[in-house]
Design a protein around this ligand. Structure first.
Ligand code: URA
Length: 210
């Protein structure tokens, strides 16, 4: 594996992912597993956060203790499935700033078109973690990341649950400076752009729509 993509092979992540893939898993079960797995993935993607120290007093003595440096990080969810990953990560990092990007696919050009973008200020001074559970073609993820770069973001990471090789290749070409963290690299896309073996439509499975 190269440094561009990190596959989180922790047994808990892999176990929970298997349960999420199973078609019999209920909406409530899927949502709960997504929340749990997102905490573990968030742990991995925030590994590189910078630390500084703060002088504190324990009950016994003073010490210089590590604390996070710099501006609060920004989490940006690609609507709508990104919100499922977002909720879990926010439990781990409650002070994070949150943004949303909405894109739809133009039926004629098949290219992603922006319909919503609301992001925290001073993106250039923050680590920005973009979340979307499924990296399939990579079209919407690459477009969302470009929107954030256009608004000043410089230090961006991308977090997903499953990645297709096609999506990784697209991201590597479009944004080689944006490392990816995922729980699995699956085999390929089908003719409709679904990841195989995958887990189906992540949004439908987490919201109970079809
Ligand atoms: N989006 C999904 O929700 N599932 C896929 O398999 C691909 C894209």
């Amino acid at each position: 594996m190269d440094e561009f993509v990190t596959v989180v092979d922790h047994p808990l992540v892999q176990h929970k992912l298997t349960l999420m893939r199973e078609k019999e898993t209920s909406t409530a079960g899927f949502r709960q597993l997504l929340r749990e797995i997102s905490l573990l993935l968030a742990y991995e993607i925030t590994r590189g956060l910078e630390l500084t120290t703060k002088r504190i007093e324990t009950p016994l003595c003073e010490m210089d203790a590590p604390i996070l440096e710099g501006k609060k990080l920004a989490l940006v969810s690609i609507l709508r499935a990104g919100n499922g990953l977002l909720d879990g990560i926010l439990e781990l990092i409650p002070a994070a700033r949150v943004g949303f990007v909405g894109l739809y696919r133009d039926p004629d050009t098949l290219q992603p078109v922006e319909y919503y973008c609301k992001v925290p200020p001073m993106l250039d001074e923050r680590m920005v973690i973009v979340v979307d559970p499924m990296l399939a073609t990579g079209n919407s993820s690459a477009a969302a990341i470009q929107m954030l770069k256009d608004r000043g973001a410089k230090n961006i990471r991308f977090l997903c649950l499953l990645a297709a090789p096609e999506g990784i290749a697209h991201m590597r070409a479009a944004h080689p400076d944006v490392p990816i963290v995922t729980a699995s690299i699956d085999e390929r896309l089908d003719d409709h752009g679904y990841i195989l073996p995958g887990l189906g439509d992540a949004g439908d499975r987490m919201f109970g729509t079809k």
